[in-house]
Design a protein around this ligand. Structure first.
Ligand SMILES: *[C@@H]1O[C@H](CO)[C@@H](O)[C@H](O)[C@H]1NC(C)=O
Ligand SMILES: *[C@@H]1O[C@H](CO)[C@@H](O)[C@H](O)[C@H]1NC(C)=O
Ligand SMILES: *[C@@H]1O[C@H](CO)[C@@H](O)[C@H](O)[C@H]1NC(C)=O
Ligand SMILES: *[C@@H]1O[C@H](CO)[C@@H](O)[C@H](O)[C@H]1NC(C)=O
Ligand SMILES: *[C@@H]1O[C@H](CO)[C@@H](O)[C@H](O)[C@H]1NC(C)=O
Ligand SMILES: *[C@@H]1O[C@H](CO)[C@@H](O)[C@H](O)[C@H]1NC(C)=O
Ligand SMILES: *[C@@H]1O[C@H](CO)[C@@H](O)[C@H](O)[C@H]1NC(C)=O
Ligand SMILES: *[C@@H]1O[C@H](CO)[C@@H](O)[C@H](O)[C@H]1NC(C)=O
Length: 386
């Protein structure tokens, strides 16, 4: 039988995906109804337990780069790197309630979505769209559009979008993680070279808050991730992607100091390939998980939560010993890009694949299985021994 090539292109390599809770259309869908209802339960860390242990998510081309746990709706928001979508996952039914697509971003190949966070102060979702070029060229080419979106899950609308490239004038880039403080500011961290932009609550003001110290050599890897701690999000931690140092900043400062204050790590274990950092809410700001592509998840602790120093408790390898065979097998060839809490009680490794060959005519590889190794028991054991 002869199929017109248009039909083949349209079908693509993935089976047609339908959201678990019916339509993605915000106006008519029962999805919007379900999510809005759950969203307005208005409770924090009161979600049902997730007692699944390690598991595998079956979703074509998910390629998760980073994620966050939304304590209002009890859903996980994933940034799907290559498709440049936001995939919203319900860990209780093991399915996605929606995959958000963005015009001129999704499946362009020139844009990625990595950083996606839930804001504990405003309940809004922040989405970072970043140019693919810096990642493809290790910082040699930092051109392209970088956007920050504020998305309201209760109405499923984008409240505002800012074009960060208008501030950077294309001189630096590699943006990959975001945080928010109680005043409504959003901090965006850049890797090529180190930078932090601060965006005001309504998106009207973008300030180069830290750096870049130089833009002559954009290939020097700078900061990788961000975490904002404390009751008002005033304590900001950032990691050096190139040497694993942890820096401590105060979001109340008008501008960050030119020289960042290092958090001494004892013993001084640091990795040269760090990506996202994450403080699982279940440890109330005392545990910092540092993703190292090759080594796994480094567990740092500051028992009083001040982060004036950090204790290195150990590094949980990927896959960890004792991981069920199918999940361990599914991690083959992956790099560890982040960690995320899913449920009030469980913490997972996020594995991504940065070198899969793209399906012809598409912008991602053909992978359909994405493992979620549960590392909660390992973190708890390190905390008991430490
Ligand atoms: C990625 O895009 C394909 C279409 O090319 C789609 O079938 C798949 O569901 C998408 N996955 C995600 C996580 O965006
Ligand atoms: C997408 O890009 C095209 C070409 O630059 C532009 O005309 C169009 O308005 C954009 N669409 C949206 C929704 O931004
Ligand atoms: C973002 O701003 C840059 C620099 O002004 C511009 O080149 C680019 O077209 C803008 N992108 C969008 C989507 O507005
Ligand atoms: C954004 O907030 C600032 C105050 O922080 C205000 O001056 C400005 O008018 C606001 N802009 C919009 C578009 O609401
Ligand atoms: C830029 O920095 C990289 C290290 O990140 C170094 O290998 C390279 O030599 C530097 N280039 C110049 C022109 O200084
Ligand atoms: C969590 O940490 C804060 C300090 O940031 C402290 O005031 C609070 O008592 C802690 N809560 C619990 C339950 O330990
Ligand atoms: C890590 O690298 C930064 C520059 O990227 C440098 O300022 C800092 O001193 C380095 N830290 C250590 C402990 O080498
Ligand atoms: C990073 O560290 C690993 C392990 O110690 C080493 O094999 C690798 O060469 C280092 N890479 C860079 C870019 O220094």
């Amino acid at each position: 039988m002869h199929l017109p090539s248009l039909a083949i292109a349209f079908l693509g390599s993935c089976p047609l995906w339908r959201p678990a809770l019916a339509s993605v259309s915000p106006a008519a869908g029962s999805w919007s109804h379900a999510l809005a209802k759950r969203h307005h339960r208005g409770r924090h860390d009161d979600c049902p337990l997730v007692n699944r242990g390690s598991f595998i998510i079956n979703q074509c081309q998910q390629y998760p780069e980073n994620a966050d746990w939304d304590e209002d709706s009890c859903l996980v928001y994933f940034g799907s790197l290559w498709n440049a979508t936001v995939a919203i996952y319900d860990p209780y039914i093991d399915d996605f309630v929606a995959i958000l697509e963005f015009p001129n971003v999704t499946r362009t190949g020139t844009e990625h979505i990595g950083g996606v966070t839930w804001d504990r102060f405003s309940s809004l979702i922040t989405i970072l769209v970043d140019s693919a070029a810096p990642w493809a060229t290790a910082g040699a080419d930092v051109s392209g559009t970088n956007l920050l979106l504020k998305w309201d899950p209760s109405t499923q609308t984008t409240l505002w979008t800012v074009n960060l490239t208008e501030t950077t004038r294309g001189a630096y880039g590699g943006f990959q993680d975001i945080e928010t403080d109680k005043r409504g500011n959003t901090y965006v961290v850049g890797t090529y070279p180190a930078s932090i932009l601060r965006v005001s609550a309504n998106g009207s003001d973008v300030v180069p808050w830290y750096g870049p110290p130089q833009t002559a050599n954009t290939t020097v890897p700078g900061l990788g991730g961000l975490v904002a701690l404390g009751p008002e999000g005033n304590l900001l931690l950032a990691n050096d992607a190139g040497n694993g140092s942890i820096y401590r900043l105060d979001t109340r400062a008008q501008l960050a100091p030119r020289t960042l204050a290092q958090v001494p790590i004892r013993p001084d274990v640091r990795y040269n390939d760090t990506d996202a950092i994450y403080a699982p809410p279940l440890y109330n700001g005392t545990v910092l998980l540092v993703a190292s592509h090759a080594a796994g998840i480094q567990v740092l602790v500051s028992r009083d939560g001040s982060w004036s120093t950090a204790e290195h408790l150990g590094t949980i390898p990927n896959p960890l010993r004792g991981t069920p065979g199918a999940v361990a097998d599914a991690t083959k060839g992956s790099v560890v890009t982040a960690a995320v809490q899913a449920g009030p009680n469980a913490v997972y490794i996020i594995d991504d694949w940065l070198a899969d060959t793209w399906v012809e005519g598409e912008v991602a590889g053909s992978r359909t299985q994405f493992p979620m190794p549960d590392i909660t028991a390992q973190i708890d054991a390190l905390l008991r021994l430490g």
